[in-house]
Ligand binder design. Sequence first.
Ligand code: SF4
Length: 468
Amino acid sequence: MKIKMILPALTEAKSPYWRPIKYSLFPPLGLATLAAYCSPDDEIDLQDEHVEELNISDSPDLVVIQVYITNAYRSYALADHYRKKGAYVCLGGLHVSSLPDEAEPHADSIFIGPGEDVFPQFLKDFRRKEPRKVYVNVKRDIGDIPPIRRDLIKRNRYLVPNSIVVSRGCPHHCDFCYKDAFFEGGKSFYTQQVEAALKEIDRLPGRHLYFLDDHLLGNYRFASALFEGMKGMNRVFQGASTIDAILRGDLIERAADAGLRSVFVGFETLSSSNLAQSNKKQNLGKNYEEAISRLHSLGIMINGSFVFGLDDDDKDVFKKTVNWGVNNGLTTSTYHILTPYPGTRLFQRMKDEQRILHYNWDLYDTRNVVFKTKGLSANELKRGYDWAYRSFYSWSNIWKASWQHDQFKHVIKHFSYAGGWKKFEPLWNFIIKTKGLNKMLPLLEVILSKVDESKNQSGRPSPFPAIA
Ligand code: SF4
């Protein structure tokens, strides 16, 4: 059977104003995971429109499309195209799970929730010529998933080909997050077996890994066993955690010992009223600065994530947030305009309060204001958001944030990582065009490598970090 799997481009990824490198980071792991359930005789073509032109003149028997909110219209157009050609089309993903009624007219089958349980069942039904219209995942088990079909991934098109996910979901319930909508009707946080996760890591070449789990430190027992198993594997890795998990117990030290060198942290807001409104309990009353200094003492760089436009925000929020990030030595910051995604509690609340301005999903990209704001105007919110990015990534602020670290070696690492990521767009574009992104991996590995504290005991600044 000929199977086509497609990750259509997010609308913003095709905009001339946005950075191609941002959309060339991670391969479509979800589709490659589903591909593992197909038969070895199946001919699978996996295409990611972020990194290649789609070939839509082909004639597959089965088409599987992954739908996010800002690629929904593109997904539906592709689905309609392939159905006209006689292919059987399946749609799944976050947006389909949130709005199944919207997706259904464009598909022969839709998948609601995570695909691991429903896709093998669908394949059985499809081969028997008895597929159902709707498949809902309730089992929630990734204990025995087959190895991901990484052979279908065009590694040279991605900066981070070694991305990996060893859990699903997250133990928390923030109002603005898609997670609860996606996992409705069953468990919303579960992990792989540790052994299986270690084997998957072992199959990946090189040293660098990027864990795309929503919360890598979310299950103490699983995470500590994983980090124990990773010791001695000589890996460097990046992942995401919440503030409370960083502050609690010794898990973050175990992660650092296993090779954690950079962590994505959802600080979201500096206002406790905003945190309470968003049901972000895991951040409430936590000492952000204490978490930051703990991470810095372990040599872990921080990518802080922040949301603007929560009801307690006013015109000063942008300056306050940027200055706080710079003064606390965050290596990178990701800013978002609050976006009420369908299916979330935030969406329902905004709808009840008649604050949703429109339902043009293309603009639900966290860069546009799609709801009636409080405390600041929509215009102020948009302009403040744009300013925050410009300001945080100005050379002067990159330099200032770099100098927040005690060790000169960390200063250099910070400066190289933040400057390299944000300030060399033409170079990134050239590397993307020449399809050599994965050749940058050794450089990333060097920047993320552990600083050997024993090599510069004099305390005098040395021009380069000593890499272990
Ligand atoms: S902690 Fe993150 S992943 Fe978990 S519910 Fe909140 S926003 Fe979503």
